[in-house]
Each structure stands twice: as structure tokens, then as C-alpha cells.
Write a protein that binds this ligand. Structure first.
Ligand code: BYC
Length: 323
């Protein structure tokens, strides 16, 4: 890993650099790869961007599970395109993390050895076709709320990658909503299948926004550096508010008896998240944690010949240029 070491600087030089850095952030300037940045800013961003990338790539698996079982050719083509988009999102994000001086190999290694996390939601199984609807509507829906906000993050490459990702996510969300809408217009069994998928994915979707602000280890510093532009609880509230009406419009019930409009706050109140479940799933004891990482390892190993071939081709081109 390349180190942008500040050790040789005196403490007053370092203080000056830190102050100038914060001034740039406060003035809404984007920080670019070759700019000076505090080591903690760099590490925090590598952590967040790489976990974001891992989420996109691991997130291909629950939906990939249904590509061969999509009910129509049209649904299959749409789902296939959607899952491929997620791979693309992973690539923009890995490239963005690499601009901070870490290699792709190091990033993948930390996914495989468990030192880097990915969104907990992808450790839940996809049991029915309706789950494709619930993932698109709720999981991509939650992701958009978060990522729209990240379009204004202070690190230039991360912010720019979010712009394209958001455009694609909004198609993802609509295709999921359309699956649920179609099922809700169908037979009693189809309606029940849609409701069951929403029942299982609603709470894990709320967990995607991370712990409450008071329990969020990184939020205060990330807000100061404008890595995050809105807090976990603010974004979660936004998601709840937008989802209620969308659920009602197609006859779905959100599985929360405490969900009620609060006139005074101008928002919906909602029940408490099961944080013990969140901790369990994040720390490796979800239904599919082992399966997800094992599958990624296998796919990565099987793809090694492709990486070798690309490197050999680049080498050949270079030696031709030199000759
Ligand atoms: N799952 O201090 P906090 C998609 C961890 S994929 C697991 O609040 P932060 C899609 C957190 O990492 C889009 N872990 O952290 C793809 C930290 O642990 P570490 C996914 C979680 O970073 C395919 C600790 O808890 N989106 O759309 O300030 C198909 C304390 O949390 C989770 C992103 O990745 C979680 N849900 O805020 C379909 C968005 N939440 O690292 C769809 C980018 C928290 O200290 N990421 N943790 O060991 C972010 O915006 C922020 O990282 C978070 C958390 C809001 C998620």
C-alpha cells in the first residue's frame, strides 16, 4: 500500500495542512487523489468505498440465484441486466478506492479474510421470485436514498462514481416495484408471495443505513469531513417516509405496527430495529455469510486465468512498443 506519510512533517506543519484541508472541505471543494489529505481521511474512505464495492459485488448473488428461474424471457433479460449493472458499480467503486493508494488485490483479500464488511442485507436468502421485487424496491430503494446523498461526498472520484450509479439504481428500483405491482394484481397466492417477501426484507432494509447516529462509530468525523452528507438516522427516516405511500399504492402492508404519521415531526414514526439481529448478521452469523464469501472466493479463483491473460496481453503490447 502506498503511504502518504506525514511523519516527516513538524507538528505545526501538520496542523497547518489539516486546517487548510478542513477549509477546502468547508468551502465544498472536492478532494482529488493527488491532494494532501489526513491519513485518517484516507483510511476512512478506503474502508467505506471498499465496503460499498464489496456490497455491490456480493449483492449480485441473491438475485443471480433467480436468473435461471425468472418467470418470463422479459423478466429474465431485465434481471440479467440489473445484476450485470451491480458488477459495474463494484468496478467503479474499486477503481475509486484504488486512487487512494490501495491495490485491488489488497481489497479483495480483506473481503475474503473477513476484515472488510459488506452490507448485511446480502446475507439473507432469496426464497421466492417475489424476493426479486422486494430487493429491487426496498434494497435498491434504500441504496438510492443513501447514494443520492453521497453524490455530494467530498472525495471527487467517489462522488463522480455515485452519479452514474444513482441513474442505474433508479431503474433497478422501478423494475423491483413493477414485479411487486404485477404480483399484487395477480392471484391470492401471488399477493401472499409479494407480502411475504416484503415482510422478510423490510426490517433488514432499514438496517442497511447502519446503527443509530448515537451508536455510529464513524458518523461524527465523516460528517465533519463531508464524506457523509446526511446521518444514518436522517437517511433511514427519508426511506421510511417514501416507502409508506409506495406500499399503500399497490396494496402492500409494511410489517410494523408502530408505523404511524407524526404530525408534529412531519414524518412517520416507526418501531425499533432488532439491533441484536443486525450485530449477528454483520459479525458472520447470518443465514448466508459463509456461502456468499465462499462463492466469491470460488468465482475469483476461477477467473484468475482472465486476469493472467489481460496482464500477458498488456506485457506483450508494452514489449512491442519498446522494440
Ligand atoms: N451492513 O459508524 P457506522 C446495493 C458497519 S449495494 C454491514 O455508522 P459508516 C445493491 C460499518 O461498516 C449498496 N455493516 O459506519 C447491490 C462500521 O463497521 P467498520 C450498499 C454495516 O461507514 C446489489 C460499523 O457498522 N451501499 O445497493 O459511517 C444488489 C459502524 O457503522 C452496516 C453502501 O455501501 C450494514 N448495513 O456508515 C442490490 C453505501 N451499516 O467499518 C443492491 C456506502 C454499518 O468500522 N456506505 N455497518 O468495521 C455508507 O454510506 C456507510 O458506510 C454506512 C455506514 C451508512 C453503510
Amino acid at each position: 500500500m502506498i503511504q502518504f506519510d506525514s511523519k516527516e512533517l513538524s507538528s505545526s506543519e501538520l496542523e497547518g495542512l489539516n486546517a487548510h484541508f478542513q477549509e477546502r472541505i468547508d468551502a465544498e471543494e472536492k478532494i482529488e487523489p493527488k491532494d494532501w489529505m489526513p491519513e485518517k481521511y484516507r483510511k476512512n474512505l478506503i474502508r467505506q468505498i471498499s465496503q460499498h464495492a464489496h456490497s455491490e459485488v456480493i449483492g449480485m448473488q441473491p438475485e443471480g440465484n433467480w436468473i435461471t428461474r425468472a418467470p418470463t424471457l422479459h423478466r429474465k433479460a431485465v434481471l440479467l441486466a440489473k445484476v450485470q449493472d451491480e458488477a459495474g458499480h463494484g468496478l467503479y467503486l474499486y477503481s475509486s478506492a484504488e486512487t487512494m493508494g490501495i491495490t485491488r488485490e489488497e481489497l479483495i483479500e480483506s473481503l475474503h479474510d473477513g476484515s472488510a464488511k459488506y452490507a448485511q442485507i446480502f446475507n439473507y436468502p432469496t426464497l421466492s421470485w417475489a424476493d426479486m421485487g422486494a430487493i429491487g424496491w426496498l434494497v435498491d430503494g434504500a441504496a438510492i436514498v443513501n447514494q443520492v446523498s453521497l453524490q455530494r461526498t467530498s472525495y471527487g472520484p467517489y462522488a463522480r462514481s455515485m452519479v452514474r450509479i444513482c441513474k442505474e439504481e433508479s431503474f433497478h428500483q422501478r423494475q423491483g416495484y413493477h414485479i411487486l405491482m404485477t404480483l399484487m394484481e395477480g392471484s391470492t397466492e401471488q399477493k401472499a408471495m409479494a407480502q411475504d417477501a416484503v415482510n422478510r426484507f423490510w426490517w433488514p432494509s432499514l438496517m442497511m443505513f447502519g446503527p443509530h447516529d448515537a451508536d455510529s462509530a464513524h458518523s461524527a468525523q465523516s460528517m465533519k469531513w463531508k464524506v457523509k452528507r446526511q446521518t444514518n438516522d436522517e437517511l433511514r427516516q427519508k426511506f421510511v417516509d417514501q416507502s409508506v405511500e409506495q406500499a399503500e399504492a399497490i396494496g402492500l402492508t409494511l410489517p410494523d405496527p408502530d408505523l404511524v404519521w407524526n404530525e408534529e415531526r412531519g414524518h412517520f414514526d416507526f418501531g425499533e430495529i432488532d439491533w441484536a439481529e443486525f450485530d449477528r448478521v454483520v459479525s458472520g452469523s447470518g443465514h448466508c455469510n459463509r456461502e456468499r464469501v465462499a462463492h466469491h472466493r470460488r468465482a475469483h479463483d476461477e477467473g484468475s486465468w482472465v486476469r493472467d491473460a489481460i496482464c500477458a496481453y498488456e506485457e506483450k503490447k508494452r514489449s512491442r512498443e519498446v522494440a
